[in-house]
Design a protein around this ligand. Structure first.
Ligand code: FES
Length: 101
């Protein structure tokens, strides 16, 4: 596997007037993840990138972490450091932001 983990961050912008992750945070979350990954020395082993709609729009801004398939919702820039330090670096899922299906 090329990456130990892969983070897909929804940056979708809807054109029908409904709120979307892209409108709420744009590329800010992607940039914050990349910065935090760098701070933890994880830029080569973990990939964070934008994605299209993850189909959890009402819980946006949203993202998903693979290989676990853990979805996070209502994520802000201030939450990114915790997700990286806890889940990405130490495999401890941040339960307060996890979307449960
Ligand atoms: S617009 Fe982000 S999950 Fe649908």
């Amino acid at each position: 596997m090329k990456f130990k983990k892969h983070i897909f961050i929804c940056t979708n912008e809807r054109t029908n007037g409904k709120e979307s992750c892209g409108e709420a945070c744009g590329m800010d979350l992607v940039r914050e993840f990349q910065q935090q990954l760098g701070a933890h020395g994880l830029r080569t082993s973990v990939r964070a990138q934008k994605s299209g709609c993850l189909d959890v729009c009402s819980s946006g801004p949203a993202l998903v972490v693979y290989p676990e398939g853990v979805f996070y919702g209502h994520v802000t820039n201030e939450d990114v450091a915790e997700i990286v330090a806890s889940h990405i670096a130490n495999d401890k899922i941040v339960d307060r932001l996890r979307l449960k299906f």
